[in-house]
Design a protein around this ligand. Structure first.
Ligand code: F6P
Length: 540
């Protein structure tokens, strides 16, 4: 039995709980009152440890949220997803990316074809690494959205597992300023292009692919078949483009869930088959955790429930992600698509308008860089924005000798910064405390009490810290799967379809109508603003 969260009687109980103790919840007081708070609110999942104790929750809040989840049939929704039921009704599809990381011999009906596809893709990747396609030094991956963000993020995160003599480049934007500088440094004889598009109809990808082909031929390249390969569920369109080698996949793999499929080819080329399999294994371990762990200790469920608590009861409309690992600097961009394209919906599965907020804005930057930019607003701004810190215990620097020692020291600084930020957000500083401190850089003429108010912090700002022992293919796989399932949890409770993306269609259609007008300058029938801008952009 499934129901939308606000149709559950527990919803009203949560509203009452919020009014009674949620709104005024003080994280600092909660720690003072309960010495065991960290132990009670930190959780282990495969490869990921999560500290939820610096959030505005307690045992009573979690108990009610878990009751809500059960009352809404979350476990049934999860099982339907994992079983391959058509949980994407607007496109009439199952959603089976979890099958892509299940080991050989698993009981999925698709297991045999998934394994065959994986083996073929990995064999090709290993062949490229061995030089079977000639001496390839550079791979240019052309795709956008889910056909770019996942592979690009993972290749960057696993740089330590890559080879210096095999460089990966990612081009996504239709803006030629993306492709041109990449091509400028390349030799066509040593370059392999991977054209990645689930549909093989995406304007940006096809334009970049055509431009890349023209460049290749212009450089004297002749063997398109050897230097171009496609990953797509529309292999016929890839063939029509002139690509002989195309790795296909299934319509039940959503774009933003596709890095586990042949769309992951650049990952496999960069880090090799064994590491790609480790990435899948890490994700599979998280899938099992999600499928079998009681909700009380089920990390994707708990994170999703806290997300819902913040979005629908506290009214927080944004979440910032701060990975304290430079390799994860594209993770916020990846998560933007995962969460906002999945859950940025305004109607439920029956098409009824939703009376509550859905996807928060997800944004962020690698630490410590963000600290010197927008963290000011997180600490003292008028909005409360929950922050998600990701800390990695052991670094994996490409360094030896004195440099290695220096970088090891820098890693301690990195971790200290990460801990300090969540501590500062929670702790805050009263004006009275600020008054007792020296502020050497402050104006000497300013009233001390006024200055103290400028230098005070409200505190009680929530954060979650995820900890990985090391950033490995396995832990990264687990981390990504954790986020996928968490997004599913909130989407399921909100009663929405997390697996379609109709909101991207209108802009695409209007773009197609405007494109010829940019050539002719014709503004007839356009609204005043669009007409004015088009004229401005087309006047000679
Ligand atoms: O425009 C949105 C979108 O459809 C995403 O969902 C998808 O990941 C991306 O475009 C790319 O699509 P394709 O892989 O078909 O080129």
């Amino acid at each position: 039995m499934t129901k939308r969260c606000d149709q559950s009687t527990v919803w009203a109980e949560l509203q009452a709980h919020y009014a009674a103790s949620g709104r005024g919840f003080d994280i600092r007081a909660a720690f003072e009152a309960d010495a065991g708070r960290f132990g009670a609110l930190s959780f282990e999942a495969p490869e990921v440890f999560a500290d939820l104790s610096k959030n505005r929750i307690d045992a009573a809040t979690l108990a009610l949220l878990l009751e809500l989840a059960r009352d809404c049939g979350l476990e049934g929704r999860r099982d339907a997803l994992l079983r391959g039921d058509p949980v994407n009704p607007t496109e009439g599809r199952a959603v089976l990316h979890t099958t892509l990381r299940a080991p050989a011999g698993s009981d999925s009906p698709f297991n045999a074809e998934v394994q065959a596809s994986l083996d073929a893709m990995l064999a090709f990747a290993e062949g490229v690494r061995r030089g079977e396609r000639g001496a390839i030094t550079d791979v240019v991956h052309i795709g956008i959205g889910g056909s770019d963000l996942g592979p690009a993020m993972v290749v960057q995160a696993l740089q330590a597992y890559g080879r210096r003599d095999l460089r990966l480049h990612f081009v996504s934007n239709v803006d030629g300023h993306d492709l041109a500088p990449v091509l400028a440094g390349l030799d066509a004889r040593h370059t392999l292009f991977v054209i990645a598009s689930k549909t093989f109809t995406t304007q940006e990808t096809l334009a970049n692919a055509q431009a890349a082909r023209a460049w290749f031929l212009g450089q004297g390249g002749t063997d398109i078949a050897r230097h171009f390969v496609a990953t797509s569920s529309n292999t016929a369109a890839a063939a029509a483009f002139g690509i002989d080698t195309a790795f296909g996949f299934w319509d039940w793999v959503g774009g933003r869930y596709s890095l586990w499929s042949v769309i992951g080819l650049p990952i496999a080329i960069a880090v090799g088959a064994e590491n790609f399999r480790a990435l899948l294994a890490g994700a599979h371990a998280m899938d099992r955790h999600f499928a079998t762990t009681p909700l009380e200790r089920n990390l994707p469920v708990l994170l999703g429930l806290v997300d819902l608590w913040y979005r629908n009861f506290h009214g927080f409309s944004s979440r910032s992600v701060a990975p304290y690992h430079q390799g994860l600097r594209r993770l916020p961009a990846y998560l933007q698509q995962l969460e906002m394209e999945s859950n940025g919906k305004g109607v439920d599965l029956d098409g009824q308008a939703l009376p509550f907020g859905t996807s928060p804005v997800v944004w962020g930057e690698a630490g410590t860089n963000g600290q010197h930019a927008y963290f000011q607003m997180l600490h003292q701004g008028t909005d409360v924005i929950p922050v998600e810190f990701i800390a990695v215990k052991r670094p994996n620097h490409d360094a030896t000798g004195e440099l290695a020692a220096k970088l090891a020291d820098q890693h301690q600084k990195l971790l200290a910064n990460c801990l300090a930020q969540s501590q500062a957000l929670m702790q805050g500083k009263t004006a009275a405390e600020a008054l007792t401190e020296q502020a050497p850089t402050a104006s000497a003429t300013l009233d001390r009490e006024v200055l103290a108010r400028h230098r005070s912090f409200p505190g009680n700002r929530p954060s979650t810290t995820l900890v990985l022992d090391a950033l490995t293919p396995r832990s990264l796989g687990a981390l990504i799967a954790l986020y996928e399932h968490r997004v599913f949890v909130t989407g399921a409770l909100w009663g929405i379809n997390s697996f379609d993306q109709w909101g991207v269609e209108l802009g695409k259609a209007l773009c197609n109508q405007l494109l010829p007008r940019l050539q002719t300058g014709d503004t007839k029938g356009l609204d005043g603003s669009t007409a004015g801008l088009l004229a401005r952009l087309t006047v000679a």
